[in-house]
Design a protein around this ligand. Structure first.
Ligand code: GTP
Ligand code: SPV
Ligand code: MN
Length: 592
């Protein structure tokens, strides 16, 4: 079998470690061919043609959606599987109560048994990739070995992969090893295993999203968060957006909202008509790597170069940028199809589905036409609000960090933390209703600290301690806020219009950073007073605004009892500074 990468013949050198590992994996998995990806357009088109002829990719209506395809995943494989995702550290406590844990030796044995001979008759693809701009000192490389050409296509769109990444690995010598096989897509033989101490990922039995695109959640969050702790930076589940104001200044925010809670939408926001001269620039929509800069500010890069975004709900009114972005050169996964061969989803508000996401004739009795976790994969450069600063090797300076959750009740539209450490408590206390991004029940409120519950590669106690230490190193730390776009009235309707109108809330935050906006002091933090938030021109009743900005002390006392019990689960590993913040918050809530 030819191990020599044919299309990479003239590469100056292939890292000996990469070549040795590829050979070792080939011996274990026994593929019929090994394809070293060069990352070229020709390779992308060749793989695309192959998947079209095997029927796995369906070309969409070429005049309306040029270069777009539909992929239907196995109906049992449609989302991340948190109950099958493990962090395998030598000491169980290092993984923490926030992760499922297995002893590394046992996990390797289990997975190697599954991988043994699993690529017989299949091609093994070797994808060298770089998370972050290729010339950035903050970027990190990995190699994913996979037997899924669909994964290769997604990695083409979402990472800087191929020849240049392989060259960087050759120079640096270090890379994260990610081994992936779709196996038989049997949920009983599905595991997503992380070995942070070995910079290794082994994923078997799923071909979907975060389970299979190993550069994303597995590398850029779980493994990277572990590395970041050792190296003094943060790997976070955050969008990065530039907010340009009419005075020509652009300030950057990084926002951590749980899966399917609005990151992509905020990162691509289109200002409302009442905000002339404002413009949002998308740096990233899902992951941020944050580094203290020499000037005492916090800098962010987006390790990805494409989006794997939630499709349902996207339309010209909610997110015109996304709507336009995904009209060409996009892979749609698990959306519905119209009779005219166009993609269709709930919340599109045009056209009619003829076939549901499984490919069956559409019947509303079978549930939604598009899967609620149907996704688009598209290169970031397709986005009308794409900015070249996404390629800046040093990243962009962050003025504000925003945490958020999806909460029907309790959490107000927005509040500001008193300090960095109080902000760490606000982040650690995030709770949100579960969504279709992971398998399991939807709509159940759970703790999702920093929107990282499924993604922190180590003990949350140590993670909060690390956050506190990073803050202490920043001479000019970002201000920290919390938002909730998802408050509902008694009728179950959202109280806040959301989407573009969220800019009003962002503006208050930026004015707070400047010290020019007012606020009222409450036990949970600083909230905009009745005249501090611009609600001009919104069709909102005064009582609705009051409800959105209310702090119900009794309810918050109950909430803080629950937060205290949750943080208590981390025992000795809970940082003292956080325990102190908790205590002070409780005192404020109980003060008369
Ligand atoms: P992941 O990719 O899973 O990490 O999700 P995300 O945080 O990027 O979520 P995304 O922006 O894709 O939004 C998920 C869902 O929330 C979509 O159906 C959106 O239409 C909806 N949504 C986003 N922003 C808002 C908002 O401001 N208000 C309301 N009501 N819904 C929103
Ligand atoms: C998420 O679930 O937060 C996602 C999608 O961004 S996935 O890549 O599947 O993790
Ligand atoms: Mn995400």
């Amino acid at each position: 079998m030819a191990i020599a990468p044919h299309s990479l013949e003239h590469l100056s050198s292939i890292s000996h470690e990469v070549a040795a590992w590829v050979a070792e994996v080939a011996q274990l998995t026994v593929p019929s061919a090994v394809h070293w990806c060069d990352g070229s357009d020709a390779e992308f088109r060749m793989l695309q043609r192959g998947l079209v002829s095997s029927g796995e990719l369906i070309p969409l209506n070429e005049s309306a959606f040029p270069g777009c395809f539909l992929y239907r995943s196995d109906p049992t494989d449609v989302a991340r599987v948190e109950h099958l995702t493990f962090v395998c550290t030598r000491s169980r406590d290092d993984a923490g109560p926030n992760n499922l844990w297995m002893a590394p030796a046992e996990a390797h044995r289990k997975l190697d048994d599954l991988f043994r001979g699993c690529m017989r008759g299949r091609t093994m693809y070797v994808i060298a990739y770089c998370m972050g701009p290729l010339d950035s000192p903050l970027a990190r490389c990995g190699v994913e070995i996979t037997d899924s050409p669909y994964v290769v296509l997604n990695m083409h769109l979402m990472t800087r992969m191929g020849r240049a990444a392989l060259e960087r690995i050759g120079r640096e010598g270090s890379f994260v090893k990610g081994l992936h096989s779709t196996g038989e897509l049997d949920p009983a033989r599905r595991f997503i295993m992380h070995f942070p101490e070995e910079s290794t990922i082994k994923s078997f039995g799923s071909g979907y999203g975060g389970n299979a695109l190993l550069g994303k959640k597995c590398h850029a969050l779980r493994i990277a968060s572990w590395q970041a702790r050792r190296e003094g930076w943060l790997a976070e589940h955050m969008l990065i957006a530039g907010i340009e104001s009419p005075d020509g200044r652009t300030r950057y925010v990084a926002c951590a909202f749980p899966s399917a809670c609005g990151k992509t939408n905020l990162a691509m926001l289109i200002p409302p008509a009442s905000y002339p001269g404002w413009k949002i620039w998308t740096v990233g929509d899902d992951i941020a790597w944050l580094h203290p800069g020499r000037d005492g500010r916090l800098y962010a890069i987006n390790p990805e170069s494409g989006y794997f975004g939630v499709v349902p709900g996207t339309n010209p009114k909610t997110n015109r940028n996304a709507y336009e972005t995904i009209r060409r050169d996009t892979i749609f996964t698990n959306v519905a199809l119209t009779a005219g061969g166009e993609p269709w989803w709930e919340g599109l508000h045009e056209g009619q589905p003829a076939f549901d996401w499984r490919g069956q004739p559409y019947d509303p009795a079978n549930g939604p036409a598009a899967h609620p976790n149907s996704r688009f994969t598209v290169a970031a450069k397709r986005n009308p609000s794409y900015t070249r600063t996404a390629e800046d090797p040093d990243g962009v300076p962050i003025s504000a960090i925003v945490f958020g959750g999806r909460r029907r009740t309790l959490a107000p539209l927005v509040y500001q933390a008193r300090s960095w450490n109080h902000g760490v408590l606000v982040g650690a206390s995030v709770a949100s209703e579960t969504t279709a991004a992971a398998t399991g029940e939807v709509g159940v409120v759970r703790r999702d600290p920093m929107a990282m519950k499924p993604f922190a590669g180590y003990n949350f106690g140590d993670y909060w301690d690390h956050w506190i230490k990073v803050g202490a190193r920043l001479e000019h730390p970002p201000q920290i806020f919390h938002v909730n776009w998802f408050r509902q009235g008694a009728d179950g309707k959202y109280l806040w219009p959301g989407f573009g109108e969220n800019l009003r809330v962002l503006r208050w935050m930026l004015d707070r950073c400047d010290g020019s906006a007012g606020a009222v002091d409450t036990p949970i933090g600083h909230l905009p007073g009745p005249t501090d938030l611009d609600v001009h021109g919104l069709d909102l009743h005064e009582s609705t605004i009051e409800e959105l900005l209310a702090v119900d002390r009794d309810a918050w006392r109950g909430e803080f009892d629950a937060i205290g019990a949750y943080l208590g689960e981390y025992g000795e590993r809970l940082p003292q500074a956080l325990a102190r913040e908790l205590h002070e918050s409780m005192q404020r809530l109980h003060a008369r």
